[in-house]
Design a binder for this molecule. Structure first.
Ligand code: ARG
Length: 373
């Protein structure tokens, strides 16, 4: 029996979507993002498919992960890749390539019985939802209570991007960058609501939306209006390249959140967790500190991009042994999952998945108000 239901990241996992690396591109230039890998064969301005050996290695790890989940009795669905090398157009623009469908977390979010397709803010990812439509249609057919939703498709004209942002941002200091992150003066304008689903962290009745390089204030506001039964909070962290909250502020179980050491929550957010008796633990330094793999646009903090199977069991990248020890000390059983090769395709174990069904109901884990929260 297929069912869509998930309110948080820690209730027992029954059905999950696991992405695919097939056909992933170093995407063609576009205003929202800059790719520049001069040492790996893709200097700025160039684009093309990820190297075949890398795609094969990532596919092997993704398939093994899907197998591991299935062996634990969790149902696994996979997307249907389309031709990501094609040029895509709308009446407003043409984009010379798409991206891929390894990180479904970026595009889809499940809140209760609803699965919502995000607006996205890269032109290369505008049509990415198509890779997930077969799964969404199947769920819609089989679960009479599933709510299938899509946020308004953005225009993504030049008016949605700050001209010259990337060149300018490269020249300023880190303190100057953090000052801009705190007020979300980054790549996007406020022309229209924009968000990636992976900028949302689900804690039952509370949804935390990170303002980032891909999520603007109107995006967070759209989510607030869309989920009237929830408290939707726009938040920022001390991260000079904020992109997806799930390697920064990681719910582990009721009362326990992990944050990536360098990426501190704003004081009001810390206070909100404190007055509600939540413990905030700083993650240990990741393995291969400062080593960023070939063609990767993620940071070493991808280490904390973990997936809960339930509130006592977490999947952690196999090389992150110190983090695994830390989680064992916090009372978790750790399932090590080799996932190093997947990083350059857009993320870790959390990015690569979307919860379709977890047990549980909406609960309020933050009974006390504090500051703007
Ligand atoms: N921006 C994060 C980092 O590099 C990676 C987060 C990836 N998450 C995702 N859902 N794709 O530290």
């Amino acid at each position: 029996m297929l069912k869509v239901n998930s309110w948080n990241g820690w209730d027992p996992l029954r059905h999950v979507l696991v992405g695919r690396a097939d056909g992933t591109m170093v995407q063609a230039p576009e205003p929202a993002v800059q790719r520049d890998f001069p040492d790996d064969g893709f200097p700025r301005g160039t684009f093309g498919p990820m190297p075949e050996d890398m795609t094969a290695a990532a596919t092997e790890e993704l398939n093994a992960f899907a197998g591991l989940l299935a062996a634990r009795g969790i149902r696994v669905s996979r997307p249907t890749p389309i031709d990501f090398a094609q040029t895509v157009t709308t009446p407003d623009w043409a984009q010379q390539s798409m991206f891929g469908c390894m990180p479904p977390r970026d595009v889809l979010i499940t809140v209760g019985a609803e699965m919502l397709e995000a607006t996205m803010s890269y032109r290369s990812r505008w049509f990415e939802y198509l890779a997930y439509r077969p799964v969404l249609q199947e769920l819609y057919e089989h679960d009479p209570d599933m709510r299938w939703e899509a946020a308004p498709k953005p225009r993504l004209t030049d008016a949605s991007y700050k001209p010259g942002f990337w060149d300018e941002y490269a020249t300023i200091t880190n303190p100057e960058r953090l000052a801009r992150v705190a007020v979300n003066d980054l790549a996007l304008t406020e022309e229209e609501p924009l968000f990636d689903a992976a900028d949302i962290a689900r804690f039952g009745k509370d949804l935390f939306v990170q303002l980032s390089l891909v999520t603007n204030r109107k995006g967070a506001d759209w989510l607030r209006r869309h989920f009237p039964e929830h408290r939707v909070h726009a938040v920022t962290f001390t991260n000079t390249y904020p992109l997806h909250i799930d390697a920064t502020w990681v719910p582990l179980r009721p009362g326990l959140v992990m944050h990536a050491g360098q990426q501190l929550a704003e004081p009001e957010l810390m206070e909100y967790f404190k007055v509600n008796d939540w413990q905030v633990v700083e993650a240990v330094q990741p393995a291969s500190w400062r080593h960023v793999p070939r063609l990767s646009f993620c940071s070493p903090w991808l280490a904390v991009n973990i997936l809960n199977l339930d509130r006592n069991t977490v999947c952690v990248e196999a090389e992150e042994k110190r983090l695994a020890d830390q989680l064992v000390d916090l009372g978790f059983e750790v399932v090590p999952v080799p996932f190093r090769a997947v990083g350059p395709f857009g993320g870790g174990l959390h990015c690569a998945t979307v919860d379709i069904h977890r047990d549980g109901v909406m609960e309020d884990y933050f009974p006390r108000r504090s500051g703007r929260f």
